[in-house]
Design a protein around this ligand. Structure first.
Ligand SMILES: [Zn+2]
Length: 257
C-alpha cells in the first residue's frame, strides 16, 4: 500500500552505511517509523527533506513489516542554520512529547498544526517559556487529557486568590479545600491564562497577556501535568533545563565581570 502525506521529522538515526530510520509525525496516519534508503549522504535525492525538523511531503510504501519513504519533497525546514541552544532543545522536547503521545495510524492534523505553529514562533520569538507552556496545554487537550479547571472540586468555587491544581489527580481546589498532595499553586492571573489557552480557537492560543510571575507559575504547573500524563521520563526536557541553567549561569558570570 502506498500513502501520500505531509509530515514533520521528529527524529532520525543511521542504519548501516547508507540508510536511515525516521520518526515522522504525519498529517494522516499519526507517528510513523519509516526507513529511507541511501539518504545518508548530502548529495542524495531525499537528503534535505528527511533531516530532523524538516517538514516535507512524503510518498510512503507500507510493507507488512516496515514502511519505506520512497520519495520526499521538502516544504520547509526549522532551525536549519545555527540557532540558539535553548530554542533548539525546546524544539526537540516538543518532538519527544509528540512521540510519547500520538499513536500510529490516527488522523493527526491538529497535533501537526500545533507543532508547526509552535516551531514557527519558536524560531523567531524571544519567549520560549511561553510557547512551551501553550504547547503543553494544547497537546494535553488534543490527547484527551483535558485539565479540569472549571471549579474547585471540593466546594464548587470558580476562583480564589490562589487555587491549587493537583496535576496527578487532574483536579482543582480552592484555599479552603486545599490539602496535602502533589499540587501547584495558581494565582488568579495564571488560572485565567490556563483557562484561556484551554478553550481558545487554535489561531488565538498564542495571543494572551499575563504577568511574568503568573506565566512562570503556569509553566511549572503545565510541565508537571504533561509529564504526569505521559508517565514517561523525557530526556529532552532534562537537557532543556540544563541548557537554560547554563545560560543563566553564563549571564550571571558576565554580569559579575
Ligand atoms: Zn473549595
Amino acid at each position: 500500500m502506498r500513502t501520500d502525506t505531509e509530515g514533520l521529522i521528529l527524529m532520525d538515526r543511521v542504519v548501516g552505511d547508507k540508510d536511515r530510520c525516521l520518526v515522522i509525525l504525519t498529517k494522516d496516519c499519526g507517528v510513523k517509523n519509516c526507513f529511507v534508503r541511501r539518504a545518508n549522504k548530502p548529495n542524495s535525492r531525499n537528503f534535505s527533506a528527511t533531516q530532523p525538523l524538516s517538514y516535507s511531503r512524503f510518498s510512503i510504501f507500507e510493507g507488512r513489516q516496515y514502511c519505506v519513504v520512497e520519495e520526499a519533497v521538502l516544504i520547509r525546514t526549522f532551525f536549519g542554520s545555527a540557532e540558539d541552544l535553548v530554542r533548539l532543545s525546546l524544539a526537540n522536547y516538543f518532538c519527544e512529547l509528540v512521540m510519547k503521545t500520538v499513536p500510529e495510524n490516527t488522523e493527526s492534523s491538529q497535533v501537526l498544526e500545533l507543532l508547526l505553529n509552535s516551531l514557527h514562533l519558536l524560531e523567531k520569538n524571544s519567549q520560549p517559556e511561553r510557547i512551551k507552556t501553550i504547547f503543553e496545554i494544547r497537546l494535553a487537550v488534543i490527547s484527551g487529557w483535558m485539565p479540569q479547571l472549571l471549579y474547585c472540586s471540593g466546594c464548587g468555587a470558580y476562583e480564589d486568590e490562589t487555587m491549587y491544581f493537583y496535576y496527578q489527580e487532574n483536579t482543582l481546589r480552592c484555599i479552603k479545600c486545599h490539602s496535602e498532595g502533589l499540587c501547584c499553586p495558581l494565582s488568579k492571573g495564571a488560572l485565567t491564562a490556563f483557562r484561556y489557552v484551554l478553550c481558545a480557537e487554535p489561531k488565538k492560543i498564542f495571543s494572551f497577556r499575563t504577568a511574568e510571575d503568573s506565566l512562570r507559575q503556569l509553566g511549572v504547573c503545565t510541565e508537571k501535568y504533561i509529564t504526569a500524563m505521559t508517565a514517561a521520563h523525557l530526556y529532552t526536557l532534562d537537557y532543556y533545563h540544563q541548557v537554560v541553567q547554563l545560560e543563566k549561569d553564563t549571564a550571571g558570570t558576565e554580569t559579575a565581570e
